[in-house]
Design a protein around this ligand. Structure first.
Ligand SMILES: *Cc1c(COP(=O)(O)O)cnc(C)c1O
Length: 385
């Protein structure tokens, strides 16, 4: 569906990846459970060019999801992974090997940092963390063996916006690949390939799935990175089940319309919280007062429902009373589902310290009524007074 490039995300999400003609007219591709795929005859087995060859390598369930995600991303090829972290590991292994140097943003998702510091290190990949606000200044960190620059914008927990195009220009000048964890914005609000990214990573567990019931991820590649992604995926044996691909694709169909509501409620909560006496500051790039606002406005088409709040310093018991008094905000990891969430943020930095005296919490604005959510925050924050 290459002529669909000009279509808007809502239209792509509705139509992409459908194979109704091969499924008796059913709108959705059914769940395929398959390990063995039978060949018609010896000739087709020997040619090895049938659409499907072995369950691990893909089924109509995975390709429907991959094709839809790929059209939304505007990539050359998208490959599903068993989780968002699995997608991150796949993308890095597609471009880096022993003796290579990786530049990793200091505000990365914490398990990404553990991947670098433990497993990648053991395989001879050296990581240097860089200030998320470095922009073109990344030049001074480039080494002869720098193979990849990894971005995440806005950063996990701290929400700093990165100048991805400036970083990409420098990386490409030095022959390095640009990887982006684009989970916050999704391809609907940030087009990775238009901003110089080579491998765009999505923890589809979050907004794509959208219902807190599936662990899944994907990596989208541009043409120059397609083969590297395909061979790394093949060799690592990564697989996502037909059921999980089905759920992810079902979520993707409604993601653009859900994001409108997440954005609206997130902003409403952020504005309200910014004025609350218990709050030091709100970390949300769509707020005009946010240090990342100008870059966000330049590069992003919208904001989703996840943001941070720096609280004024309070004793732990009062903080606990606030958290435990919330009725509509669940306390739990992950985000991007239909339900509102809150968690305390544990910030790990090594290159550029993050300045916050009080506790930082992360809020996900779900699809509830925003005024109900504000009323809940209001009664709980009263416990801090
Ligand atoms: C949750 C998350 C991931 C990891 O996704 P999983 O599916 O939980 O493995 C990666 N990046 C970011 C920014 C995330 O929030």
């Amino acid at each position: 569906m290459s002529d669909d490039k000009k279509l808007k995300p809502e239209t792509i999400a509705t139509h992409a990846g459908r194979m109704s003609d091969t499924h008796f007219g059913a709108v959705n591709t059914p769940v395929y459970r398959a390990s063995t795929i039978l060949y018609r005859d010896l000739a087709s087995l020997e040619a090895g060019n049938t659409a499907y060859r072995y369950g691990r390598l893909g089924t109509p369930s995975s390709s429907s999801f991959e094709d839809a995600a790929n059209e939304l991303e505007g990539g050359a090829r998208t490959i599903v992974a068993p989780s968002g972290l699995g997608a991150i590991a796949l993308a890095i292994q597609a471009v880096c090997g022993a003796g290579d140097h990786l530049l990793m943003v200091d505000s990365c998702y914490h398990p990404t940092r553990l991947l670098c510091d433990r497993t990648l290190k053991r395989f001879g990949i050296e990581t240097t963390y860089y200030d998320p606000l470095i922009g073109a200044g990344i030049e001074k960190l480039m080494k002869l063996n720098t193979r990849a620059v990894f971005c995440e914008s806005p950063g996990s927990l701290t929400f700093e916006v990165q100048d991805v195009p400036a970083i990409a220009a420098v990386a490409h000048k030095h022959g390095a690949s640009v990887l982006l964890d684009n989970t916050w914005a999704t391809p609907v609000y940030f087009n990775a390939f238009d901003h110089g990214v080579d491998l765009s990573i999505q923890a589809a567990t979050k907004y794509v799935g959208g219902h807190a019931d599936v662990m899944i991820g994907y990596v989208a590649a541009n043409e120059s990175h397609r083969e590297r992604l395909e061979s790394a995926h093949h060799d690592l044996g990564l697989y996502a089940s037909g059921d999980d691909c089905y759920l992810a694709l079902r979520g993707l169909r409604t993601m653009p319309v859900r994001l409108v509501r997440h954005q609206e409620s997130g902003l409403k909560l952020a504005h309200w919280l910014a004025k609350h006496p218990a709050v030091e500051r709100v970390l949300h790039p769509a707020l005009e007062t946010d240090p990342g606002h100008a870059l966000w406005k330049r590069d992003f088409k919208g904001a989703t429902g996840l943001f941070g709040v720096v609280m004024k310093d309070t004793p732990h018991s009062r903080f606990a009373a606030f958290m435990d008094s919330l009725k509509l905000f669940g306390m739990g990891y992950s985000w991007g589902g239909y339900e509102s969430l809150i968690v305390p943020s544990k910030i790990h930095r090594s290159a550029a310290p993050f300045d916050a005296k009080g506790r930082v919490v992360r809020i996900h604005a779900g699809l509830e009524d925003a005024d109900d959510l504000i009323a809940d925050l209001d009664q709980a924050l009263a416990k801090l007074a």
